[in-house]
Design a protein around this ligand. Sequence first.
Ligand code: NAP
Length: 307
Amino acid sequence: MEKLVIIGTGCSGLTAAIYAARGGHSPLVLEGTHPGGQLSTTTLVENFPGFPEGIDGPDLIYKMKQQAERFGARFEYKTVTQFEQRNGHLAVLADGEWIETKSLIVASGASARYLGLPREQELVGHGLTSCATCDGAFYRNVPVCVIGGGDSAAEEAGFLTRFASKVYLIHRRDSLRASKIMADRVLANPKVEPVWNTVVTEYLTDEGGEMRAVKLQDTVTGAERELEVKCVFVAIGHVPNTQPFRGHLDMDESGYLLPNSPGTSTKIPGVFVAGDAADHVYRQAITASGTGCAAALEAERFLAEHG
Ligand code: NAP
């Protein structure tokens, strides 16, 4: 029987792990399918306090993990697919093995959303991706496009200009949702060409099954055209990774977990939630870390009260 299991190794899970480990609880941290969470696929993080020059996302995650390990957190590369309540304790199914625990922090984050077009999942890895830092370097001196208008799209488009000959930034409206500093920076980049009021309606491939172009539709005029690109980077937000808790924990219609207010506890004693899995409003590294800390403190209090 574990004392505390933490699901997720993004900022929230790792911060929870640091606090819980430092509190002497030796938490078991399950890494999931995307170890390190969203920061592990980002570039420079300029707004995490304490790093005046910025810090690379993967670097920040690596340091947080080291910090948690230093205090005794244990990490396993397992993914949780099911949750159960059993005779006063909790259990999660991770890679086919049930792990029983007295308390649980769900910090499972959110994963990239795709458009939902036909053949989309088949094309991932063949010119379709949601991760510029992972795949950008494969597309040197060729045109690519980014879909989306938020901070992620702005950041990815800027990053891709290091490699691509041209980066089309395709957005369904006529202004970016991204923060002003990031929007201004990306639109000032001569390699970035915004394509306003436009949606992608089809992915077009060559005989080898690799991305060749996208079919575009103007949302104002309805006009259609093709745009030649070798890779499509989708940056249209995220969906929370909360499927195992459906029917057990309260969540909104998009699947974001709804903790008791105020705090990180839920209607199941001993289950706490943190980070993007329970936050569709702020979704920042620092707020994820903040709720990770809060969840660990609440879990510690729960463990003290329940022996
Ligand atoms: P987001 O802010 O939710 O933006 C998603 C974008 O995708 C929006 O522009 C949206 O269009 C568009 N979109 C959504 N569904 C679409 C669809 N089906 N077809 C076409 N376009 C669609 O998501 P995000 O950019 O991933 O950012 C998430 C959070 O992380 C934000 O809080 C952001 O501030 C933060 N973030 C911060 C940084 C940083 O500070 N360095 C970097 C990345 C992300 P509309 O605008 O029309 O809604």
